[in-house]
Design a protein around this ligand. Structure first.
Ligand SMILES: NC(=O)C1=CN([C@@H]2O[C@H](COP(=O)(O)OP(=O)(O)OC[C@H]3O[C@@H](n4cnc5c(N)ncnc54)[C@H](OP(=O)(O)O)[C@@H]3O)[C@@H](O)[C@H]2O)C=CC1
Ligand SMILES: Nc1nc2c(ncn2[C@@H]2O[C@H](COP(=O)(O)O)[C@@H](O)[C@H]2O)c(=O)[nH]1
Length: 325
């Protein structure tokens, strides 16, 4: 098996088929709706809050609200009052099942539900998928996280409508150091390995450091990418603003860090400071432009054309050109 990650892969250009990058369409169909970009901010407390979720939903972007210190049912009420998409997260505990029951009882429902636990290849996730499918059969269920084809196959067979791939590649993740497990350092080839068996969409989660990594993820089988650190350092990001030597930063911490949990138990995440880099809307616009460029280099017009390109592996024992198959 080839082992590589975002920084040792480059995609190979094909003859251009457009006169302007504005002709290239980076939008994506995901779960029956069309979104402007195949990128979603990570469902983390320092990445988005209710007002960012509202802004994303109102402006044609996919979002997944986090589930920490939040009344998910009240959040769904708030979004429904404004006629906006309801996309929430759920764990696998009794309180999470009760929130699903309440959404059903009030007729609020949910459009997208992301079951999001550290080790998502688990019977607890199977039971939660079954619970959601019974109570809210219309909801599009994303389940994870997993890092192997077996994980993807099981989640799909248990009823997940999409799977989320990535164990430990995140910028504030310390899972690989604390446990010795994960896809950190080879997330892109883990994605390729998982995509080979997937029959439903995959969200590639974690490890995106540059906008070009989104195109690489699509090339290797992602329908959508989930991004934390690149979105955490905006003026409106919910993390605390910190000044160091006259420079402004936003705090970004892992959902399994003691900062998120409020206690030091089963900690698999850390806290870092991200330099503040302006407004979220500007980053999304730049991401969109960069992805339009990526599609043009692929000799294409739409996002799916990225899947057709060849690639090279830079350095290491897998180095060389790889033709599209
Ligand atoms: N993508 C990644 O690599 C990782 C992501 N995270 C993120 O951190 C957040 C918190 O995750 P998590 O702690 O799972 O959520 P929760 O605190 O909601 O825990 C979910 C449930 O899963 C159990 N659980 C957690 N890890 C394991 C494991 N390795 N084996 C068996 N059972 C387990 C917990 O029990 P108990 O605590 O008693 O074991 C709990 O019952 C999530 O958003 C998750 O996505 C966390 C770590 C890795
Ligand atoms: N192992 C851990 N992974 C975590 C934790 N909190 C979040 N995450 C994952 O990271 C991605 C974001 O990655 P990034 O590279 O874009 O910053 C996020 O979506 C989660 O899957 C954690 O505490 N530990």
């Amino acid at each position: 098996m080839e082992i590589f990650d975002y920084d040792n892969i480059l995609l190979l250009p094909r003859k251009c088929r457009v006169d302007s990058r504005s002709e290239c369409d980076p939008s994506v169909d995901f779960g029956g709706r069309r979104f402007k970009l195949p990128a979603v901010p990570a469902n983390m407390k320092t990445v988005l809050d209710e007002s960012i979720a509202e802004w994303l939903a109102s402006n044609g972007y996919f979002y997944v609200m986090h589930r920490f210190d939040l009344d998910t049912v009240e959040f769904a009420r708030r979004m429904r009052r404004q006629n906006l998409l309801v996309s929430i997260s759920a764990g696998v505990k009794e309180a999470d099942r009760q929130a699903i029951d309440q959404l059903a009882a009030e007729g609020l429902g949910a459009d997208y539900i992301t079951i999001d636990i550290a080790h998502g290849h688990a019977d607890s996730v199977r039971r939660m998928i079954e619970h959601i499918k019974q109570k809210l059969p219309q909801a599009f269920v994303i389940a994870g996280n997993v890092g192997t084809p077996e994980g993807v196959i099981d989640l799909e067979n248990w009823g997940a409508d999409a799977t989320k791939v990535g164990i430990g590649p995140g910028k504030v993740c310390i899972t690989r150091l604390k446990t010795g497990f994960g896809t950190g350092g080879w997330q892109l080839s883990a994605l390729k390995w998982c995509a080979r068996v997937a029959t439903k969409p995959i969200i590639a989660d974690g490890g995106i450091r540059h906008h070009g990594d989104i195109a690489k993820s699509v090339r290797f089988g992602a329908a959508m990418v989930m991004i934390g650190s690149l979105f955490a350092g905006h003026e409106e990001s919910p993390g605390q603003t910190v000044e160091v030597d006259g420079k402004l930063y936003k705090e970004y911490f892992g959902s399994a860090s003691d900062f998120n949990k409020g206690e030091y138990k089963h900690v698999e995440g850390k806290r870092i400071l991200e330099p503040i880099k302006g407004r979220l809307a500007d980053t999304l616009r730049e991401m969109q432009e960069d992805l339009q460029s990526s599609i043009s280099y692929a000799g294409g017009r739409v996002l799916a054309d990225l899947k057709k390109v060849n690639y090279v592996v830079l350095g290491g024992e897998n180095a060389g050109e790889h033709l599209f198959m």
